[in-house]
Design a protein around this ligand. Structure first.
Ligand code: 9WN
Length: 418
């Protein structure tokens, strides 16, 4: 075992609580949705039982309506805002946040199943994953094809420049009566430069307080929430999740269900190709349903559409050109965003993230773009070898940013290095 591999295993062990793994002991002390999915992918290489348990615990936090929350507050912890009191959401079993995150847990469950060949695990997962993806279709889709989210935190790319026009379209004071709060995430001067701005946070908090005031009632929020966005990243992962659920059903011999989810994947892909493609930028973009407009930003999120095999061959040609010209022109692949106001050090406004590189490399291989996928994986491994398991990295200098001993960076290292 290399030193780095041993360290990755140690970080996952350190960050492990009862049945789940926290993303970071300094910044994120609870269970997070898509973090647990990436963590399970890595754990499957070193501790199969823990990998399965990670996903079970996440699904234990699923709401009766099928929503899997962004955060599950299984145990008290200090140092994170907004905590359980701020959200006032959850189930009889566990307090949670009131929003979700990209349904990465389905591709992760398929991965864990493939590594473990545990049919009982697959059969236990199937109805739960089905319930979750059905929730997206029933509760979070205007047209039955693409799905929407109602908070920037739900996209996983919190301060992506794509959200700025939507966040500018409302006054936080119009949707929340009380806007007092204290951030807990800027634990050092460096972190202040690497985390979202106060302007962003004011809007994040206002959206949380609006949701809480309406008891997280989906139908009421659909009427009044100013942030209803068909996020390209969420949709790409959703499409892949439908395909992966279909594959799991097919393996279990349930052809009818497999067919149902294959059809959903095709339908959602078609909706994305029709509404989210931007020929000029050469990528897929997100869509603002409240103001009925494309959010035309060259974010790595659009490139991750390959993870769901969304681009047609023609679209892939353009997207690959865009990737090569605009995203691979840095020492380290792949910046999260390129364009005006790109900031190499600030969160989702420029830095490279390991989970996105992982999704992108996986998708590029599906299109046979092996060299590009290799370049992204090699850069990622180099960053992790040189800087350690940081949360994100400056794409020009490679300097580690954000939290250290970050779980999904450790987990995905184990996947790449095995
Ligand atoms: C809000 C846990 C999460 C990730 C997100 C990342 C960051 C949280 C925050 O950390 O968001 O969910 O407080 O900044 O943006 O992708 O899941 O690692």
């Amino acid at each position: 075992m290399t030193d780095r591999r041993e360290q990755a295993v140690a970080i996952l062990r350190e960050n492990r609580h009862e049945g789940y793994t926290i993303p970071s002991s300094t910044l994120y002390p609870y269970q997070w949705n898509w973090d647990s999915a990436f963590i399970a992918v890595g754990l499957a290489h070193v501790d199969e039982a823990a990998a399965k348990q990670e996903l079970r615990t996440l699904l234990d936090a699923m709401w009766p309506n099928g929503m899997v929350p962004q955060i599950a507050f299984w145990a008290d912890a200090e140092g994170y805002f907004p905590g359980p009191d701020e959200w006032e959401a959850g189930t009889d079993e566990v307090a949670t946040s009131g929003i979700t995150q990209p349904p990465m847990l389905v591709p992760a469950a398929r991965r864990v199943y493939e590594v473990t060949s545990d049919d009982a695990f697959r059969d236990e997962m199937l109805p739960l994953l089905d319930q979750h993806l059905s929730w997206w279709v029933d509760e979070r889709s205007f047209d039955g094809d693409t799905v929407y989210v109602r908070h920037p935190w739900a996209t996983g790319m919190d301060d992506s420049p794509a959200w700025v026009p939507v966040l500018e379209s409302f006054d936080p004071a119009d949707i929340a009566t009380n806007l007092d709060y204290a951030r807990k995430d800027r634990k050092s001067a460096d972190l202040s430069e690497q985390r979202p701005t106060d302007w962003d946070y004011d809007r994040y908090v206002a959206l949380v307080r609006q949701g809480k005031a309406l008891d997280w009632d989906e139908s009421r929020l659909r009427e009044v929430c100013p942030f209803l966005v068909e996020d390209v990243l969420t949709n790409s992962i959703f499409v892949r999740a439908c395909d992966d659920l279909a594959a799991l059903y097919a393996g279990a011999g349930d052809e009818a269900k497999a067919d149902e989810w294959r059809r959903q994947a095709e339908h959602s892909r078609a909706g994305m190709r029709e509404r989210l493609w931007d020929e000029e930028l050469g990528t897929f973009v997100s869509y603002d349903r409240v103001n009925d407009r494309k959010l035309r930003v060259n974010s790595v999120a659009g490139l991750v559409s390959v993870f769901g095999e969304v681009p047609t061959n023609e679209q892939f040609g353009r997207l690959r050109e865009n990737l090569r010209e605009n995203f691979l022109d840095y020492d380290y692949a792949c910046p999260s965003y390129v364009g005006p106001d790109m900031d190499y050090d600030r969160y989702w406004r420029g830095p490279a993230w390991m989970n996105v590189n992982w999704l992108l490399a996986d998708g590029l291989r599906r299109y046979g773009a092996v060299d590009t996928a290799d370049r992204i994986e090699e850069d990622s491994l180099e960053l992790l070898e040189e800087e350690g398991f940081r949360e994100y990295f400056n794409p020009e200098t490679g300097a580690g940013r954000g939290s250290d001993r970050f779980s999904w960076s450790a987990a995905l290292y184990l996947d790449w290095a095995s």
